[in-house]
Design a protein around this ligand. Sequence first.
Ligand SMILES: [Fe+2]
Length: 181
Amino acid sequence: MSAAESIELPAWAEVSGPRRDHIARVTTLLLTWARALGLDSATTAMWRDAGLWHDALRNAEEQQLRALTSDTNRPAELLHGPAVASKLEKEGDRRSELLDAIRWHTVGHSTWGQTGRALYMADFLEPGRKFARADRVFLSEHVVHDFDGVFRQVVRQRIEWAVREGHFIYPETVELWNSVR
Ligand SMILES: [Fe+2]
């Protein structure tokens, strides 16, 4: 059984094959960091769930995402995080640090706890992405030695890429950068 087959997603997940592999790699990275950092079992479980569930509605229809989030304005690609958070909340999950991590994982958030920051890093540093491989391996191995320092580099690199590509920078992302620089 491959890592991707063995991961447990919610029954309502809408996830393509390649996305499932990405989810497995992100979760593996988060668990590797959590163990190396000696986190307690509740926090480790929260990091694992953040990895497992953050993209659970990544391939859902826009209509479903808008219905779940009651959001008619934001671009569709920003809605899968908030939609998953709303699903989990309805199912009774009360771990606000986990819900915020998932809700904001696409744009970032300045009020994040460690879980949101770890997910944001793992999503970018997971080894399946093709660009800047050596640099990202270096950063990923450095997380356990300097969590905040690597987080700042990841925020910086994600913003630099977005500007280079001519993408819109969301206010939450700007606030995040100003909070870590
Ligand atoms: Fe992701």
